[in-house]
Design a binder for this molecule. Structure first.
Ligand code: G6Q
Length: 552
């Protein structure tokens, strides 16, 4: 495979960057009144406007050539057809099959998987319905009122994000809680107000070996046993989702309460599988089907639309333009829908765990920048916090803004004000405010000359700050499914261009092993000397004070 930086399109993009880097977006808009029509795409309810980017038609053409020359389409086909594209773990990458309801058979690594997917989804829906209809009873014959999902990373962030985002579609006499942190505050705070008689735990762990989840699961089991008296009642309060059925059974989960997942679903791509059990309990089977349907429509679009009309492809290429040619270090994701408040955190894992890598698919170190630092928060709140840096800071931070045109419970006064903010921000970021404009504004306000000249430099906004805007009718299950899948495939395309394996996560595995070793050392409580002097010092300081705080 030709090295990325030797591809003709890459080299032409480098020259094109030199030629165009000083053109302000103001000029681009002034020269082309059709820019919005030219640089926006629509898929069902979702409008994707990418016109406020530092791109011309030539930029887009070259970026599309880059996608062709790096054979994005080839890797895409290999993924959809179930080849082992996660080569470092010898796994296929088949999360798209989880949302494909067509009768077409699906294969992972040559093995048929669609029937198993359907069986497991039916089991998930059956359990969820039993809980929602109050037919699943705890040990004292009371229906379940609280469900606690214990899991971390991919076994937490997706279900948590979706449950929050679809709050208006959720059942209201049932609370769903998420515990991920090993810090006992998380589980203690959660259990504080719960009643073991009416609480059901889902232990969500693909591997069933993750320390954080297992420690929390043991605490949950002990908490249940204080009230249950007999282990034979545990199955009324404990279910699991895992690909490691043996370990779950050993832990004490009844086999019929175990929902399967497979090695061809990566943790961060798993909300569509039984890992989404807590979502189905919250929103019901019909809404979950709509979530899957929304994602499936994007899968179809991604697989079949020409590259220049392909939303995930365009999202990815614009990201590469800033990451690799403008050397932008980060991207911001800024939803203007309060229910999407966990969306940036979810994407942070999806993106940074997938493409935060420096070794290419042939095992060589890359000599170009890969995945960006992704951060974000609710847009409105961020306007009163870090937007200052976006407007006037020295760093280029391309941003994605997302907003619903209407809301489930829409109050016109709120919503119109909300929308005026997103439009104002993207315009201000793009246009900025020139010295002449500031001077005219302050003069009109009657500011004395000297004061005006002193203040002037601080009130100038350079503008030319790029944004993508996503507008969708309302954040319903189908639209949310589509948005998530768009970002999943964006990440895929970037990984394909950067020649990365976006589906392993050796960086995460390292932490898991190291922590286990140090835990053994801490448990023996004797001073250590085998680490670097900082780590030795910290562990020994902790051990010297531990008896004061922790009599155990
Ligand atoms: C996701 C990662 C990681 C994983 C967690 C939890 O893609 O692999 O975030 O989801 O470490 O792992 P388990 O589900 O195996 O407990």
């Amino acid at each position: 495979m030709t090295k990325l930086t030797n591809l003709p399109a890459w080299q032409q993009l480098q020259q094109h960057y030199e030629d165009t880097k000083d053109i302000h977006m103001r000029e681009m808009f002034a020269q082309d009144s059709q820019r919005f029509e030219k640089f926006s795409l629509k898929l069902n309810d979702i409008l994707f406007d990418y016109s406020k980017n530092r791109v011309t038609q030539e930029t887009m053409d070259l970026l599309l050539q880059l996608a062709e020359q790096s054979d994005v389409a080839g890797l895409r086909e290999r993924m959809f057809s179930g080849e082992t594209i996660n080569h470092t773990e010898h796994r296929a990458v088949m999360h798209a099959a989880l949302r494909n309801k067509s009768e077409e058979p699906a294969y992972a690594n040559g093995v048929r998987i669609d029937e198993e997917i359907k069986t497991e989804l039916d089991r998930v829906k059956f359990l969820a319905e039993k809980i929602r209809s109050r037919h699943w009873l705890g040990h004292s014959n009371q229906p379940i009122t609280d469900v606690v999902n214990i899991g971390i990373g991919g076994s937490n962030l997706g279900p948590l994000m979706v449950t929050e985002a679809l709050h208006p579609y959720s059942i209201h006499d049932l609370e769903i809680h998420y515990v991920s942190n090993l810090d006992e505050n998380h589980i203690n705070n959660t259990l504080e107000s719960l009643n073991p008689d009416t609480t059901l735990f889902i232990i969500a762990s693909k591997s069933f070996t993750t320390q954080d989840t297992l420690v929390n699961a043991v605490t949950a089991k002990e908490w249940l046993m204080q009230k249950l008296h007999s282990e034979s009642d545990l199955h009324k309060h404990l279910v699991a989702v895992t690909s490691n059925v043996k370990m779950a059974v050993e832990f004490g989960v009844k086999e019929e309460n175990i929902f399967k997942m497979w090695d061809w679903v990566g943790g961060r791509y798993s909300l569509w599988s039984a890992i989404g059990l807590s979502i189905v309990i919250a929103i019901g089977a019909e809404n979950f089907d709509a979530l899957l349907e929304g994602a499936h429509e994007v899968d179809d679009h991604f697989r079949t639309a020409p590259l220049e009309q392909n939303i995930p492809v365009i999202m990815a290429l614009i990201g590469i333009w800033y990451n690799n040619f403008y050397n932008a270090e980060s991207i911001a994701v800024l939803p203007y829908d309060q229910n999407m408040h966990r969306f940036p955190a979810y994407l942070q894992q999806a993106d940074m765990e997938s493409n935060g890598k420096g070794c290419d698919r042939e095992g060589a170190s890359v000599d170009y920048s890969t995945g960006p630092i992704l951060f974000g928060e609710i847009g409105i709140a961020s306007q009163h916090a870090f937007y200052q840096l976006l407007h006037q800071g020295t760093k280029l931070v391309p941003a994605d803004m997302l907003a619903p045109i209407s809301n489930y419970h829409c109050i016109a006064t709120h919503h119109r004000a909300l929308m005026s903010n997103i439009f104002a921000q993207t315009e201000a970021l793009m246009m900025g405010k020139t010295e002449d404009e500031v001077r005219a504004e302050l003069t009109q306000q009657g500011m004395p000359e000297k004061e005006l000249e002193d203040l002037l430099p601080y009130k100038i906004f350079p503008g030319n700050r790029p944004t993508n805007t996503f507008l969708f009718y309302t954040l319903d299950p189908k639209t949310l499914g589509s948005l998530i899948a768009m970002y999943e495939h964006k990440i895929f395309v970037q990984g394909a261009v950067w020649n990365l394996n976006s589906f392993d996560q050796w960086g995460v595995e390292l932490g898991k092993v190291l922590a286990r070793n140090i835990l053994d050392e801490i448990n023996t409580a004797t001073p250590v000397t085998n680490h670097d002097c900082s780590t030795n010092g910290l562990i020994n300081y902790y051990l010297s004070l531990k008896p004061i705080k922790d009599p155990n």
